[in-house]
Design a protein around this ligand. Structure first.
Ligand code: GRF
Length: 200
């Protein structure tokens, strides 16, 4: 089975869903470490509770993004990580990092890409008045929110939705498709050709 790490900066609800899926045997891979650039990220607490090594790397200890990523890669090598899962990780990963893990970094974004890239995707889609939205799991490349798409789930916007109720349903959908995508990747079931990802 493959080894992976989760990088997270915040709330950690996707991390929790991933841990639950592993415990239920729905992701056939080992989560070796959870790494955060935020000392008090909830994600680190969840990891500790689940008995998974929780690592804080302080960006202030590094002069720039690439040297931070070099430090990060050293830690990931210690854990013999085969692939990397970003779950609410609020830093852009460098080209240097991606070359260490080519086509081996996954991310989840809370809109149907390529619509509504960026950090306020749910609000942007809601304010725009879309009738459908939903999360996207994709491979990470050097452009933000732009790598080949693995899975998406459609979430309808109801007339009575508030931003909060829509957010909640999008997060529920995230917690379904992210574990599923991670398991497909870990079992070698994803074939990438250019922008197209096929589930084998
Ligand atoms: C999710 O909405 C994800 O799509 C985005 O950041 C959020 C992370 O939430 N990339 P959480 O920390 O997993 O709860």
């Amino acid at each position: 089975m493959m080894n992976f790490a989760v990088l997270a900066s915040g709330r950690g609800s996707n991390l929790q869903a991933i841990i639950k899926a592993i415990e239920a045997g729905k992701i056939k891979a080992y989560l070796k470490a959870v790494v955060s650039d935020k000392k008090d990220a909830h994600a680190l607490e969840y990891a500790r509770k689940a008995g998974i090594p929780a690592v804080f790397i302080n960006p202030r200890d590094f002069p720039d993004r690439e040297s931070f990523d070099k430090g990060l890669i050293e830690r990931l090598h210690e854990f013999k990580v085969d692939f990397v899962v970003l779950a609410g990780y609020m830093r852009l990963v460098s080209g240097f990092f991606l070359r260490q893990y080519p086509h081996k970094v996954l991310n989840i974004h809370p809109s149907l890409l390529p619509a509504f890239k960026g950090t306020h995707a749910i609000k942007d889609a809601f304010d725009y008045g879309v009738k459908v939205t939903g999360p996207t799991v994709h491979f990470v490349n050097e452009d933000m929110d732009a790598g080949p798409i693995i899975l998406q789930e459609v979430v309808r916007v109801d007339p009575q939705d508030t931003l909060g109720s829509l957010e909640e349903r999008i997060h529920q959908a995230e917690h379904r498709i992210y574990p599923q995508a991670i398991d497909l990747f870990a079992r070698g079931k994803l074939k990438i050709e250019g922008r197209k990802v096929t589930i084998l």
